[in-house]
Design a protein around this ligand. Structure first.
Ligand code: ACO
Length: 194
């Protein structure tokens, strides 16, 4: 997704984490006043959040700057610094966060746990099916120090389910009564809750 302002000024790295402070952690603003920098960052979050909701056919947006501000979620962006005549473009985003859930195991026994959940995941239409989603996903697995089978996924779309099948061989999910989906291996060697 391209913007009229420089994405490279907002995000110095290919991957950046934004949390409720609404500041990409690895970068201090360059060539911008702090307020216009924050305004641009909020615009990027809102536009990407809207595009994600649209891509998933949702009526309500899951990701916005105002929602992020009042959450403890981690929102990661991937950019292409070369795109848009050197201004850079946003390739995709993923939002993760810890949630208290009741999760059933294979024997129908309910466990209270607080896994890291994938809450929103979106790659811009112009970049889908080029391996960008896999790069973003691998990035969060590494940074959040989590194994893919230990994640809970909030209402995965068909595209995301196919993605998980293709890249992580996730086939059978364990039936749940909430909107979250967990896969085979979720309970095996699960790290303790935070
Ligand atoms: N139809 C079916 N499967 C698809 C499609 C599609 N249009 N697009 C991607 N996939 C799956 C397939 O398994 C595909 O492999 P294939 O091309 O060999 O069939 C694989 O994903 C491609 O992997 P990547 O290129 O690494 O993934 P991509 O960059 O396309 O990102 C993502 C995957 C994020 C799901 C992207 O397709 C997307 O943004 N979709 C629209 C929004 C969406 O559905 N987000 C998930 C919502 S659920 C949630 O966030 C908890």
């Amino acid at each position: 997704m391209e913007f009229q302002f420089s994405i490279n000024n907002l995000f110095a790295e290919e991957f950046s984490l934004v949390d409720n402070k609404l500041v990409p952690r690895r970068k201090s603003p360059r060539g911008n006043s702090v307020s216009s920098y924050r305004e641009q960052l909020m615009k990027v979050i809102d536009k990407m959040g809207d595009a994600s909701a649209k891509a998933q056919g949702l009526n309500a947006t899951i990701t916005s700057a105002s929602k992020l501000q009042f959450s403890d979620h981690h929102l990661y962006f991937m950019i292409d610094a070369q795109a848009n005549n050197g201004l850079g473009a946003v390739v995709g985003m993923i939002k993760v966060g810890q949630k208290k859930l009741f999760v059933y195991d294979h024997n129908g026994i309910q466990h209270e746990c607080e896994p890291l959940c994938v809450l929103d995941f979106y790659v811009h239409e112009s970049r889908q099916r080029h391996g960008c989603g896999k790069k973003i996903f691998e990035h969060i697995l590494q940074v959040e120090n989590v194994k893919p089978q230990h994640l809970a996924i909030d209402r995965p779309s068909t595209k995301f389910s196919n993605f998980l099948k293709k890249h992580y061989k996730f086939r059978s999910s364990i039936p749940q009564v909430n909107n979250f989906v967990v896969f085979e291996g979720f309970f095996k060697d699960r790290p303790p809750d935070p």
